[in-house]
Design a protein around this ligand. Structure first.
Ligand SMILES: NC(=O)C1=CN([C@@H]2O[C@H](COP(=O)(O)OP(=O)(O)OC[C@H]3O[C@@H](n4cnc5c(N)ncnc54)[C@H](OP(=O)(O)O)[C@@H]3O)[C@@H](O)[C@H]2O)C=CC1
Ligand SMILES: CC(C)(CO)C(=O)C(=O)O
Length: 306
């Protein structure tokens, strides 16, 4: 399978390297700064699931240098989505399907509108990873899940092929029969988790120490469940309970990637995640007071768009 990784950061470099490790043809399409960093330090994974260095990574800076592709793994931050659109159109014209694994939901209808419904798969990831100062991936969670599925019936053979090639890779791969539900379930979880950790500037262990603070999470999840239901996604109280149990089971120091970005002074995806939820709610006449409040609390730390 010819795979292009667009967004060779913490997630893109991780999964791209894991496919390279099992012999797949992976091209990393990057911007100038990242290209320079990769030329200097390579693409390397520091992971308890297995250290790995891509021996001779295929790195390009121009989409025109790519002849054809079967799949694009899209792993940019929400605030960089607009900047990838021309590149994605070009790759779709060369035959590729796009697998976005951004957190959130709003990017799905945007990509479908821009690229056509047949071209956009559903995808998400559960992993905790970041780049160190050499641009190497530091993967710190025991899990490294990549979940994908069809959003259009014509995509079945591509997801089956993706499933086949991922089977032997060090990836927790899953071909989902209900990817829309999984996307919303993750969206519910991540808005609550990133909201509470980033707004309070605390990891989950500290939050759990204060009942009044942890109780907010429950309201948050309920609110996002209502939003999902408004879009005919059948999330239930059981999904909320499972999300709460997941948060109760995380190690004390665990925190969201958005909170990690706040600690590093990086741009936050709060407009894509919480802002996106508020826009989706407005469209169907819902109010999300907890999400709105959290959005307001995080906004001052959002930083400049880059
Ligand atoms: N990190 C994590 O643990 C998790 C993250 N996620 C989600 O995954 C998504 C990606 O996050 P993450 O991997 O952490 O982000 P990173 O910031 O580590 O990586 C994003 C990469 O995208 C690149 N990029 C942006 N625009 C372009 C472009 N036009 N062309 C080429 N490359 C581009 C950036 O490159 P440049 O250096 O040029 O800016 C950067 O390397 C987010 O939505 C996040 O919420 C989900 C689960 C866990
Ligand atoms: C919760 C987690 C770590 C799971 O992948 C995540 O998606 C994030 O923090 O962005």
């Amino acid at each position: 399978m010819k795979i292009v990784v667009l967004g060779a950061g913490a997630l893109g470099a991780y999964f791209g390297a894991r496919w390279t490790e099992v012999g797949q043809d992976v091209t990393f399409l990057v911007r100038e700064k990242r290209a320079k960093q990769i030329r200097e330090h390579g693409i390397q994974l520091h992971s308890k699931q297995g250290e790995y260095k891509v021996s001779d990574p295929k790195v390009v800076e121009e989409v025109n240098d790519i002849q054809d592709a079967d799949l694009v793994l899209l792993a940019v931050k929400g605030y960089h989505l607009d900047g990838t659109m021309d590149t994605l159109k070009s790759l779709v014209n060369k035959g590729a399907k796009v697998l976005p694994i951004l957190n959130g939901i709003e990017h799905i209808p945007i990509l479908q509108q821009e690229l056509g419904k047949e071209s956009v798969l559903g995808g998400l990831s559960f992993i905790i990873s970041t780049l160190d100062d050499k641009g190497h991936v530091v993967h710190s969670s025991p899990f490294h899940d990549l979940v994908y599925g069809v959003l259009h019936p014509s995509q079945q053979s591509v997801v089956e092929e993706l499933d086949r090639i991922s089977e032997n890779a060090k990836i927790g791969n899953k071909l989902s029969e209900s990817i829309s539900e999984e996307l919303w379930n993750k969206y519910m979880f991540i808005t609550a988790f990133s909201g509470i950790t980033t707004a309070s500037n605390l990891p989950i262990g500290e939050i759990r120490n204060y009942k009044e603070t942890f109780d907010l999470v429950k309201n948050f999840l309920q609110e996002m469940k209502t939003l999902a239901n408004g879009y005919e996604i059948p999330l239930t109280d059981e999904h909320v309970e499972n999300a709460l149990n997941k948060l109760k089971g995380l190690p004390d120091e665990a925190t969201s990637s958005m909170h990690q970005d706040r600690r590093k002074g990086l741009t936050l995806e709060v407009d894509h995640l919480h802002g996106g939820a508020l826009r989706l709610a407005e469209k169907i006449g819902l109010d999300l007071p907890y999400t709105r409040t959290t959005y307001g609390l995080i906004k001052p730390f959002e930083n400049e768009m880059v």
